[in-house]
Design a protein around this ligand. Sequence first.
Ligand SMILES: *Cc1c(COP(=O)(O)O)cnc(C)c1O
Ligand SMILES: [Zn+2]
Length: 418
Amino acid sequence: MAEITELRCVIGGCRFAPDEVEYTCPEHGEAGTLDVLYDYAALSASVDRDALSASQLSNIWRYRALLPVDSGSRVPPAAVGWTPLYEAPRIADQFALPRVWVKDDGANPTGSLKDRASALVLAQALQAEYKIVSAASTGNAAAALAGLGAALPEIDVLIFVPASAPAAKIAQLLVYGALVLLVEGSYDDAFELCMEICQDQGWYIRNTGVNPFTTEGKKTVALEIAEQLDWQVPDVVTVSVGDGSIISGIHKGFQDLAELGWIDRVPRLIGVQAEGSAALADAFAAGLAPEAMARQPANTIADSIAAELPRDRAKALRAVRQTGGAFLTVSDDEILAAIPRLAQLSGVFAEPAAAASFAGLGRALRIGLVDKDETVCLVSTGNGLKDIDGARKSVTGALSVPPEIAAVKTALNEFGVL
Ligand SMILES: *Cc1c(COP(=O)(O)O)cnc(C)c1O
Ligand SMILES: [Zn+2]
């Protein structure tokens, strides 16, 4: 395991011992999310990347040396992480780029990248002997907590989701047996209710940004991208952004590797938001500090990236600014069109929020944020089966036939294969 040396507030640089605070900086409040920091000199003396690559574990626990989880301690049994990184030559051709990869995090046990954060938080909850772990979520973080928590008899999972979440996501929660509250309001409303009751009752909070271990879990996607490319990282990584926690985790993962000297640079991070939920893109364009951001309306078909006041705004702005990246926006129409295009060019079926990263790559090339000689990894954060209604809006083309061979032949004729 990696021994935590300190927790450091992103807003004010306030420093805390690992057991001094649990969530955010007492001085800077909810915006003051915490970085989990290690003694990198000691770490680089005790682990090397080749030894780590020899691990037989095909899940995030192969990186336990870089995570704050004791080697002897229990973790949820689900096989989270070590998701496929596909080279996508047809996407590269389409955009005239030298190489493009798709990191398919929809292949995680509950179908999204959120499993990475929930695994870390549940490991922490087991260690601290919490009985109830709770999250507010647009759906995927909740499904991840419910699914990974189901195998742990000593932990009950309590979920707050907007009643408007896609049916598949709500079904997951109920099937996994979580206690589910469907909030008749927005994600941000659900978030505030969850925070209040958990703080009253002393229950453990998995909420994005608030719990610093969420970033540590999400950083494993960057560790994997680096290792799967034999530590030769791409020039650019594009990822969709709602609360800004995934992009912050990706940044932290690459930063940790750069601190250890395992990679020679940190890729530029391009955060893709929906036009209707663009708080971070707006703040980036206006040069705002995270403390100056206010809650603004969020409306998009990509429910997983709808956030009125992004919870990890400070880390997300830092991730983009420090790596020389950018935030940009795409329309709901572009997001819908990206679902079948990504699937047909790479074989990866993404939910709307995940396909946004592909739509964003197209936009980034059009506005000159990515050069023609650069390599790109796009992160597909969630499985297309999460939102079938969204997917169906993006496609047409099936032909209905009566059960007669003559009709089949006519139809195949229309397809041009007969
Ligand atoms: C949560 C989520 C995102 C956005 O991540 P943030 O940390 O909120 O920025 C994107 N895509 C999918 C599928 C998600 O579940
Ligand atoms: Zn602070």
